[in-house]
Design a protein around this ligand. Structure first.
Ligand code: EPU
Length: 418
């Protein structure tokens, strides 16, 4: 199992290029099931999760070619409509095949994802929506079986904003008879990106990116080349990296309109963020100069839960006490115990973390427990005195493309240990 060895304490300076968004790439890959032809998708990050989704599509009978951040997926001859447990258990986003499979074949058998390190994460809302569209849902031996003669448009209200739930039902509705309305839909830019992709192939989706999405069913889609949006969470993570290391980084290729909540919070901590012709310039205060700041995670356009762990790592060395409230997932503080091993002073009670800033973090052996928790350990380690060894970084490889290459170019002392 690979580990990451980081000797912290260097200010990170230079330029970094942001990769394509993992959470756009995954639903868009699943959406190729609907297009019955050859899909060309660009700006795909080279990540473990992308390989897993490719494998999933191959199991369904697609051919997948991935080179130089471009994916070519041919879904003309799909032969299977079952997403097996072996893959779904390694990546919950595999459940995104459910909507498109039912839409294309009227039948799908997809393993239930089960619990996850950060929370229970049920898919009841995905299933509720499919049922409203006329699908018969049954559960057998850990699998969801959805079948229907013809999906029909429906009014669907989400009582909780769900990103993949909105995406799954939007994909299911593309061929449904009549109009589907999704209310209290997730507004994340990745939902909008998926809709833009589907619309580029002839779908009729209106309002994606707002809480009300309307989808008029169409008879078919015609493949069209597409380039996915940059990763806003990777962007935020690099702002945190600059912030905690007293760095100065030019972040290139990001979408500033997708990260307003992150930028505003980071500014409150004393980081100066300005737009330049080539990207976003992030200038941090000197060592010890970060200000404590409270934050509450919220669905988009609020502060993303996927940035909470990295923000806590920053606040661990800020002046004063920060209160961090996690409102999306019930168990997303796994990084706290690891940051404590590095000298952080953080207490958690229910969904609230009280972070009392310390002068310095100190390197220690730590363990990554999920993707964003791993990112927070990298953020902490880069500022810590001495050596940090982060174990189980396969979590990091699921969501951060060439992370050690990118931070090493910025001046970090980092090494992957096999
Ligand atoms: N929820 C339900 N029922 C459902 C669906 C969701 O109760 O049927 C609850 C969840 O348990 C959670 C809340 O609703 O408490 C929001 O979950 P959501 O469904 O929005 O999460 P997701 O779609 O499973 C995506 C991202 C996550 C990101 C969340 C929140 C993808 C592939 N994953 O997950 O990304 O944290 O939205 O923004 O898009 C990551 O990249 O590290 C990651 C975990």
């Amino acid at each position: 199992m690979d580990k990451l060895l980081i000797r912290g304490g260097r200010p990170l300076r230079g330029e970094v290029q942001i990769s394509g968004a993992k959470n756009s790439a995954l639903p868009i890959m699943a959406a190729t099931i609907l297009c019955n032809g050859e899909a060309h998708i660009e700006n795909i990050p080279d990540l473990k999760d992308i390989r897993t989704m490719s494998k999933m599509l191959e199991i369904l009978g697609a051919s997948v070619d991935f080179e130089d951040s471009r994916l070519i997926i041919n879904t003309q001859h799909l032969t299977n409509n079952e997403a097996p447990y072996e893959l779904v258990k390694t990546m919950r986003a595999s459940v995104l095949t459910l909507g498109p499979l039912v839409a294309r074949f009227g039948y799908a058998k997809v393993s239930l994802p089960g619990g996850c390190a950060i929370g229970e994460r049920p898919i009841n809302l995905h299933l509720m929506g499919l049922e409203k569209m006329g699908a018969e849902i049954s559960l057998a031996q850990g699998y969801v079986i959805a079948q229907v003669k013809e999906l029909r448009g429906a009014n669907i209200f989400f009582d909780i904003s769900t990103v993949t739930g909105t995406e799954n039902l939007m994909m299911a509705a593309v061929f449904a008879k009549g109009k589907t309305t999704l209310e209290n839909a997730a507004c994340e830019p990745e939902v909008r990106d998926l809709a833009d992709y589907l619309n580029s192939m002839g779908a009729k989706i209106y309002g994606a990116g707002t809480p009300v999405i309307e989808i008029e069913g169409v008879a078919g889609l015609v493949p069209s080349p597409y380039r996915i949006i940059p990763d806003r969470i990777e962007t935020g993570t690099f702002i945190a990296i600059a912030g905690i290391t007293a760095g100065n980084i030019l972040i290139k290729g990001c979408r500033t309109d997708h990260i307003s909540a992150i930028v505003e919070k980071m500014r409150e901590t004393g980081i100066i963020i300005t737009e330049e012709a080539q990207g976003l310039r992030v200038m941090a205060p000197k060592w010890g100069g970060l200000k404590c700041t409270d934050v509450k995670t919220m669905p988009y356009p609020g502060f993303p839960t996927d940035m909470q762990a990295q923000f806590i790592a920053m606040m661990a060395v800020a002046n004063g006490t920060s209160i961090v409230k996690e409102t999306i997932f019930e168990n997303r503080f796994m990084h706290v115990a690891e940051l404590r091993r590095m000298g952080a002073n953080i207490e958690t009670e229910d969904n609230i973390a009280t972070v009392r800033g310390v002068e310095r973090l100190v390197g220690a052996p730590v363990m990554a427990t999920d993707l964003r928790a791993s990112a927070s350990l990298v953020v902490g380690a880069l500022a810590a005195e001495g050596e940090t060894i982060i174990d189980r970084i396969y979590h990091l490889d699921r969501g951060y493309e060439k992370i050690e290459e990118k931070i090493s170019k910025l001046g970090a002392d980092v090494q992957r240990v096999k």
